[in-house]
Design a protein around this ligand. Structure first.
Ligand SMILES: *Cc1c(COP(=O)(O)O)cnc(C)c1O
Ligand code: SF4
Length: 468
């Protein structure tokens, strides 16, 4: 099943909750499992394509198969009561409006609101907020092209699910690059622009060109690095093979490189199997042939990749194929509740065990890292001083550049799963950055922040971009 792509998997077709019953592969699951899966698919976004179905999922191992876990809704993603209610509605063949209403009520409750981050990350131009962008770290601006707000197939643990579930009022969109270009012209400190989404490579070559080519403006010579966050290499490699526009896309990449800029793919690769197909390998070769660099990153996710051997194999494969291992992220606790959670202590242990198995070429990877309110926080070790055991933490990125690299300590807690679960260690009353962070956030919250904005650009309420 990991051989060349059979012709049937070459035409893009999305399966969603509407046509889930047409999937022959699901007949292998027992009826009870199917019902639960369909019940969850009513609430959380579900979309899978023929390539993931036929080339990546090992159906003999479903439902435990990691790629199945990664792409199909799982019963554990809902609270037992919610699951029971949705199962009941489906089993009774209730009217669609009733099912949708029940699903909507659950979604609203699940809606993660991590500390209203958009209030702090959305930049301004002449006092007007630019909701299609985030500028959290000095050097890098994230840009969310409006046409790139979906994906070739959805990852079950994705925290961007609110954009995918038809909650229109929650949709984030930004139609023009004009504002981006104007903003960048006023910000010579920005060296990197990261296109993100969804998946920007869902866009046609022509639309992608409109966005990317705008950055090749001679007045933007300070923007030396253009990055594209994508899962297309492993989730729909045909995007670079014989999809319409594949060649045009590759030509665009060449033009970026020829302009003297660094073109980086921030490839989302969660499991080594995603790199085992000939299609993914050929896509990788073609991208690299344009002069682009592919850096690979992923969250650590329970049921999918929470084993050291999986990460070691993945990093080795990445290096062999010419990719650069980049980040292991801690997955934020999102709509899928605790189903995918891996505690910090365990993630650190898995990272360490994997890291020690690979050669220096794969040790470009850093992690596990949390993209939290103050910045990207690395769990760099566990230390014992006297009687007290502590996590050794440091910023890989932060709102205030001077925080980067300075070690700080949190009380060891085997259950802690996010920065907000941690307390300072060794008698400190607060983390060193606490007061400065409050000041920065208060300043960024300046008068231009007003309520209507929130409904216009809630995308960023789901936090900063963590693994793309
Ligand atoms: C991760 C991230 C970046 C990019 O950080 P690098 O360490 O340079 O890859 C930029 N902005 C936000 C909000 C991020 O979360
Ligand atoms: S994790 Fe990335 S590729 Fe997966 S659904 Fe979310 S945005 Fe799309």
């Amino acid at each position: 099943m990991h051989g060349a792509t059979p012709s049937g998997a070459r035409n893009y077709r999305a399966y969603t909750k509407r046509n889930i019953d047409h999937l022959p592969q699901l007949e292998k699951l027992d009826p009870d499992e199917r019902l639960s899966m369909k019940a969850v698919a009513q609430v959380l976004p579900f979309r899978v394509n023929p390539y993931v179905l036929t080339e990546l999922i090992d159906w003999d191992r479903a439902p435990e198969d990691p790629i199945y876990q990664l792409s199909f809704p799982q019963p554990g993603m809902l609270e037992p009561d919610d699951l029971a209610r949705m199962r009941d509605l489906l089993a009774r063949e209730s009217p669609e409006t009733e099912i949708d209403a029940a699903a909507h009520r659950i979604r609203v409750r699940l809606n993660p609101h991590p500390a209203g981050q958009m209030e702090y990350n959305v930049p301004h131009l002449e006092g007007v907020p630019l909701p299609g962008m985030q500028h959290k770290y000095r050097e890098t601006v994230l840009f969310f092209p409006s046409q790139g707000q979906t994906c070739h197939a959805y990852c079950t643990y994705c925290f961007r699910w609110a954009q995918f579930t038809g909650m229109e009022e929650l949709k984030f969109a930004h139609r023009e690059t004009t504002m981006l270009v104007r903003y960048l012209k006023e910000h010579p400190e920005v060296t990197d622009v990261l296109f993100t989404g969804g998946d920007p490579l869902i866009m046609s070559a022509a639309v992608l060109r409109r966005y990317v080519a705008a950055l090749l403006d001679p007045e933007l010579a300070h923007v030396t690095n253009i990055r594209i966050g994508t899962k297309a290499i492993s989730w729909w490699p045909n995007r670079f093979l014989d999809d319409p526009g594949a060649d045009d896309t590759l030509r665009l990449f060449e033009e970026v490189v020829r302009s003297g800029r660094h073109l980086a793919f921030m490839a989302h690769v969660t499991h080594p199997r995603e790199l085992a197909t000939e299609a993914a390998r050929e896509a990788t070769r073609r991208i690299l042939a344009t002069g682009a660099v592919i850096r690979a990153q992923a969250p650590i996710v329970r049921h999918v990749n929470d084993r050291a051997s999986v990460w070691a194999e993945m990093w080795r494969e990445e290096v062999r194929l010419g990719m650069v291992p980049y980040y292991m992220f801690i997955a934020r606790n999102t709509g899928a509740k605790r189903y995918f959670e891996v505690p910090l202590a365990r993630a650190h242990e898995i990272f360490g065990r994997a890291f020690r198995q690979v050669s220096g070429l794969a040790r470009t990877v850093r992690g596990p890292s949390m993209s939290a309110l103050p910045g990207k926080v690395l769990i760099s070790g566990v230390a014992r001083i006297g009687e007290e055991q502590a996590f050794v933490l440091k910023f890989l990125q932060s709102r205030e550049p001077s925080w980067v690299g300075r070690p700080f300590f949190a009380r060891y807690d085997p259950e802690a799963a996010w920065l907000t679960d941690l307390e300072p260690a060794f008698g400190a009353r607060k983390f060193f950055y606490r007061d400065a962070l409050d000041e920065i956030l208060a300043a960024r919250r300046a008068p231009a922040w007003h309520e209507p904005l929130r409904s216009r650009s809630p995308r960023a309420e789901f936090g900063s971009v963590e693994w793309e």
